[in-house]
Write a protein that binds this ligand. Structure first.
Ligand SMILES: [Zn+2]
Length: 1103
């Protein structure tokens, strides 16, 4: 049936990659065991190292507060800064002696002499020359080599857990010795919290401000309650001791944690689950819920804006699970794996066919797009669990019902994986300050809403099932300011929560916010005009850069040489320092190139004002990007930070030089697309070096020409940076791109940022994570190194089922992101999601999340395009639809009937697959620039799902008949809500005007016979012929029609962190083909129509 598939283990597929096995990365497999990319030679900041007690390693930036480490020997050999008059250029406002003829001369010219120390006197740092750590070929996915070991248990830490669980002594309920209620009388672990919400900007929850009240009699042997100082409330972390050696987010134990050493009690679930179904059950005396203040009813009810205020295409991702249909009749239950009542085991289809499994004949049902947006499916959980579950905006799974076994998963032929948006901007985020962050002693899982409390003193981990003690401090509830209610702590009431981490979570003092800008100032760059936009934007937002009094900034510009800027306090104006020895780059005055922003703000502003003029007349055409990046890396290495690189052409000089690999004549070739993988290792190696030093590189590519993004992009991909691309950027010819660049820059400069971050994703024992998608470096089996993390980055992981989940009703997934805030706080953001386990194929299908499946398949297909070929990836995507629908027909359908049948929850799957095949990343037969294709691939890999879906399947609206019916009202603005139309020309009308929202770009297509009313009242023109050719702005007219239209467009834009440009196009516009290419349901010269595609699928399935 299939010739290529993502799941070659599924039997019918013969494709080589994307097995569901634990590791399929060919590059990783070639890597020698134990070799970590880019990490061997870097001694600093490895969270995988065991905790080292004692004084901090002096080599690890442990000394003085946030000063760069004294330069290494190779840097120290440079002459000290004051003795370099030859390097400085006092008159920065004047075009320097830097002139094209000089720079063109390769030999030692006048400036060569200026560049102080001779190259041979400066041994290159090992980071630049070392190649020993890299052996594999370039590819998209890097994972350390690994076997099928599941990620959930740290073997070393797991060992003692077995001995710790003792059988309970007869007749002695263990909890009674503490004077707390016995298990049977304990309140349920997941009481529905009262419907209060958090206050914005409320102080973090902390330990009690005063000593606790007298402990209950009999509570002997417990440690004294936590000592508290007032600073623990609010901004508590400022008083942290800064030099404690690290225990990391990872496996190292935290001293505050207490493992369960006491006898094991029966799971209290048997006693409480009857009461769990009810809403607010009164607790035992003294624990009335009515006394329990200000705890939100689960994250998703308080954090997400009301779905109705969101873009329809985004609402799908924002629907709280609890709003979805309740397909199954459910027994109340909880997360305990083995003490559930027998009736719980039959969490199956007992009440008829749920809507998700309604059989749809795709060949007959034409209008599959729902009038309302596609919601994230509701996991089949008890309401209590659903209320507490993580928002689908943050955490989604391709299958909201987890198959019990890998063979069942293989039968469904759907990929199993998670899609995450872990650092998403949240308006309401519970923040906890605590000296004791409670984690499982065995697997290091953070305590969360899905653990079970055996009694007041012990909790059972929902990932590894180890029984842990509840630390004394956790007995205090900072919300109610009362003792004895550990299950009401915010950590146990919120699936998304943030901790302010104590010093054990630091390897070194939290780094300051450090921003280094690396700017292309070649002739080509100056021609585009981007430099003045950048400088103005940074001037405008310089006070909004995230940071504190320690924030540092620096600038490097480059063409054929590298220019540094001495901004040291006390100078009357910035000094430019030119290094022309690009083969062996060095820092002329290492201490004065990154300066404190507050202290040197005026010099920085001076520089930004003069930079555009400084290079106004340059004729230098060459670009030594590689050397500039090396210099920037050296500059940032001591502290870590963010490197923002602006490049406008193919780098053609020195290290990292590239040659054009694109043949414009092949852009529309139906044959396979070449050169999707990098041409050189240089950028990836440097990115790994950067990652090791906590430096992330963001790349802004502004170019009309081919720049080899496939090679350049590696610098961001492996350092956890972002890639921005502005094709054909020009300050005069392309105003739409200019506006986009300006808006994106504003967001980029001012958005939240986390430094020196790591993210670990854990899952319940039996499940295994094996492939990661996004921008990062996989430091160990499940630890992602993220030198920077930004709120617009998405991630995806693939999973497999290593051990049967037979005895489990639910499984959990936890993503923990440890980062340093721009204010120097070490923080941990934890998201936990709980999903049911099912044993029948029908239930697996019923829980399929078609958008998450599509998003994950897109990531997998990008990898496959690079490691194998584009045609292979396209085949695999098609086969994913064929195989899953075929399996559904053969194994899940009870009544056979003719047609192409799909369960209702997967009815959009073929449409989305076809959309992917026609997407810029994967399409063939249509002229597609290589860089644009590669950029689309990047976006599919790291955009959060909601935005990726808009790219894959744009939203189409009719605008000429907008009305206020069903409109939203936000801040006294009326936002019309037109329905989303199918992407087919048959939905267009020459009398109308249609808006297509494709994520990064919007098209407003004006029909040839468009109503005069729309032309005059919205566009302000008298006739169709008067619509300007290149219009990208809606005029602000004082008409109801204009206001409605602008309200809709700006509201759509407000829904996303990036700025989509708007093109208003007539029927004969040059851009019309771009508009029409998104008409996914229609046939094109090179691609099937939706109906033809369905016929193709049916043919393959019935083979
Ligand atoms: Zn555990």
């Amino acid at each position: 049936m299939s010739t290529a598939g993502f799941n070659s283990q599924n039997g019918t597929g013969t494709g080589q990659t994307y097995t569901n096995g634990p590791s399929q990365n060919p590059v990783a497999l070639q890597q020698p065991p134990g070799v970590g990319y880019g990490m061997n030679h870097q001694p600093a900041y490895n969270p995988m190292q065991a905790k080292v007690l004692g004084p901090p390693n002096p080599a690890l930036y442990a000394s003085g507060p946030h000063q760069p480490v004294p330069p290494g020997p190779q840097l120290g050999s440079y002459p000290p800064p004051p003795a370099q008059p030859l390097l400085t250029r006092p008159q920065i406002g004047v075009l320097p002696s830097h002139t094209p003829p000089q720079s063109a001369s390769p030999g030692p010219g006048p400036r060569q002499a200026q560049a102080t120390p001779p190259a041979q006197a400066t041994p290159p740092p090992p980071a630049v020359t070392s190649t020993s750590y890299y052996t594999g070929p370039p590819a998209w996915q890097y994972a350390a080599p690994r076997g099928p070991a599941p990620n959930h248990v740290n073997p070393a830490a797991a060992a003692p857990s077995h001995s710790s669980a003792q059988p309970p002594g007869p007749g002695a309920p263990p909890t009674s010795i503490h004077g707390y209620p016995q298990p049977g009388t304990a309140p349920p672990p997941m009481n529905p919290p009262p419907p209060h919400t958090y206050q914005p900007n409320r102080p973090a929850y902390g330990p009690p401000p005063t000593a606790p009240p007298a402990r209950p009699p009999g509570a002997t042997g417990t440690p004294p309650p936590p000592k508290v100082d007032a600073q623990c409330w609010g901004a508590a972390s400022s008083a942290r001791p800064p030099t404690e050696p690290d225990t990391q987010e990872g496996d190292v134990e935290c001293p505050g944690d207490v493992a369960g050493n006491g006898p094991q009690a029966p799971n209290s679930y048997n006693h409480v689950d009857n009461r769990m179904a009810g809403a607010a059950q009164p607790g035992p005396p003294g624990r009335h819920l009515g006394h329990y203040p200000s705890l939100p009813p689960g994250y998703q009810n308080t954090l997400a804006p009301p779905p109705s205020s969101l873009h329809p295409a985004l609402q799908a991702a924002t629907q709280p699970y609890t709003q979805g249909p309740q397909p199954y009749q459910q027994q109340p239950g909880g997360p305990g794996p083995d003490q559930l009542s027998p009736s719980m085991a039959a969490m199956s289809l007992q009440s008829g066919t749920p809507e998700a499994l309604r059989v749809v004949n795709l060949l007959q049902e034409r209008n599959l797009l729902p009038p309302a947006p596609v919601p994230a499916p509701t996991p089949c959980l008890t309401q209590d669990l659903q209320k507490l579950n993580c928002s689908p905006e943050v955490f989604r799974c391709t299958l909201t019902s987890i198959p019990q076994t890998q063979s069942l998963l293989n039968k469904a032929k759907l990929p199993l994986g998670l899609l995450l948006h872990p650092f998403k901007d949240l308006s309401q985020l519970p923040v906890v300050t605590s000296s004791t962050i409670v984690r499982c002693r065995s697997c290091r899982t953070y305590i969360n809403p899905f653990v079970s409390f055996l009694d007041q003193r012990r909790w059972k981990c929902n990932l590894c099932y180890r029984v842990n003690d509840v630390p004394e401090e956790f007995m205090y509830n900072p919300v109610s300011r009362s003792y004895g209610e550990p299950h009401k702590r915010p950590e146990v009431q919120n699936a998304t929560i943030e901790f302010i981490a104590p010093s054990e979570y630091m390897l070194r003092p939290p780094q300051p916010a450090v921003y280094l800008f690396v700017l292309d100032v070649s002739h080509n760059a100056v021609e585009t005009g981007y430099l003045s936009v950048f400088c103005q934007s940074l001037l405008d937002n310089i006070n909004a850069l995230p940071g504190d009094s320690r924030t540092k900034v620096g600038f490097i510009t480059f063409d054929s040489t590298i220019h540094f800027y001495n901004l040291q306090e006390g100078l009357s104006q910035p000094q430019m320092l030119i290094v022309s020895d690009i083969e062996d780059i060095f820092l002329p005055t290492p201490d004065s190139l990154l300066v404190n922003l507050n202290e040197c703000k005026e010099l920085v502003q001076d520089l930004l004002k003069s930079l555009p003029n400084l290079f106004e007349k340059t004729m230098e055409t060459q670009s030594a990007l590689g050397s500039a990046l090396q210099a920037a890396f050296k500059l940032l290495s001591p502290t870590g930070g963010r490197m923002s690189v602006f490049q406008t052409q193919l780098p053609n000089l020195g290290v990292g030089a590239l040659q054009s690999r694109e043949d414009p004549n092949q852009r529309a070739s139906a044959k396979d697309v070449q050169h999707l993988s990098p041409a050189t290792d240089f950028y990836k190696k440097l990115a790994l070096d950067c990652s090791g030093q906590q430096v992330a590189v963001d790349l802004f590519l502004l170019s009309a020409q081919y720049c080899d993004l496939a090679s350049l992009g590696c610098i961001s991909r492996f350092s956890a940076g972002s890639v921005y691309y502005y094709p054909s950027y020009h300050h005069q010819h392309n105003p739409a791109q200019v506006e986009r660049f300006q808006r994106d820059l504003k967001r980029y400069l001012t958005r939240k940022i986390g430094f020196e971050a790591v993210m670990r994703i854990r899952c319940t024992k039996g499940l295994s994570i094996h492939t990661f998608h996004g921008n990062f470096f996989v430091r160990s089996t499940d630890l992602l190194s993220l030198p920077n993390v930004n709120p617009d980055a998405g991630f995806a992981v693939q999973m497999s089922i290593e051990e049967n989940l037979d005895d489990m009703q639910v499984v959990s997934f936890q993503a923990a992101l440890l980062y340093t805030s721009s204010k120097g706080e070490r923080r941990i953001r934890v998201h936990t999601m709980c999903l049911p386990v099912v044993s029948s194929l029908s239930d697996v299908f019923a829980g399929a999340d078609v958008q998450a499946v599509t998003g994950l398949l897109a990531c997998m297909a990008v990898d496959r395009s690079v490691t194998s070929s584009l045609s292979d990836a396209r085949d695999a995507m098609t086969n994913a639809a064929i195989d899953s629908l075929s399996s559904y027909r053969q194994s899940a359908l009870t009544i056979q009937q003719p047609g192409l049948l799909a369960p209702a929850c997967l009815r959009l799957f073929p449409l989305y697959i076809l959309a992917l095949l026609k997407q810029k990343a994967f399409r063939t037969g249509t002229s597609t620039r290589l860089d644009e294709r590669v950029f689309a691939m990047y976006q599919l890999k790291y955009q959060p799902l909601a935005f990726a879906m808009l790219m894959i399947h744009p939203a189409l609206y009719r605008l000429d008949d907008l009305s206020d019916e069903g409109a939203l009202n936000i801040n006294e603005r009326t936002i019309p809500q037109p329905r989303v139309l199918q992407l087919s020309v048959e939905k267009l009308s020459r009398e109308g005007a249609f808006l297509m929202d494709a994520g990064l770009v919007m098209y407003l297509w004006i029909g040839r016979n468009c109503h005069q009313n729309f032309l005059s009242q919205v566009l302000g023109v008298s006739s169709y012929a008067a619509v300007p050719e290149k219009l990208c702005l809606l005029p602000e007219l004082d008409t109801a029609e204009s206001q409605r239209t602008r309200a809709l467009v700006s509201w759509l834009r407000d829904q996303r962190p990036f700025f989509p440009s708007l093109h208003i196009i007539r029927d004969e516009s040059q851009l019309k083909p771009h508009f029409m290419q998104n008409m996914i349901e229609d046939r094109t010269e090179s691609a099937l129509s939706y109906y033809e595609f369905l016929l193709h699928l049916q043919q393959q399935i019935s083979k």
